[in-house]
Design a protein. Structure first.
Length: 91
């Protein structure tokens, strides 16, 4: 009886520790897996951020005035222009 109680206690302890360690794993927060296919007007964009560099794809995350977040391809010319426009507004 004591052996089974100790075994059960060890199993519960292992489950608790694995839950704690797995939930505190550090990984990328904002990754983009698909890009929005259409151009978004500059006036509708409030800000932008870069996707985490640990993500499989490099991306720009645009935040619209309404609060939506949209993933776009950073190599597109219109995205580069939007970034410049937002940067100029910030300063």
């Amino acid at each position: 009886m004591k052996t089974s109680a100790i075994l059960l206690l060890c199993m519960l302890g292992a489950a608790v520790f694995s839950t704690v360690f797995c939930s505190s794993a550090i990984g990328p927060d904002n990754c983009c897996f698909r890009f929005y296919p259409k151009q978004i007007p500059r006036g509708k964009i409030q800000s932008y951020s870069l996707a985490d560099n640990r993500c499989p794809r490099s991306a720009i995350i645009l935040k619209t005035i309404k609060g939506s977040k949209v993933c776009v391809d950073p190599s597109k010319p219109w995205v580069k222009n939007v970034r410049l426009s937002v940067d100029q507004r910030s300063f």
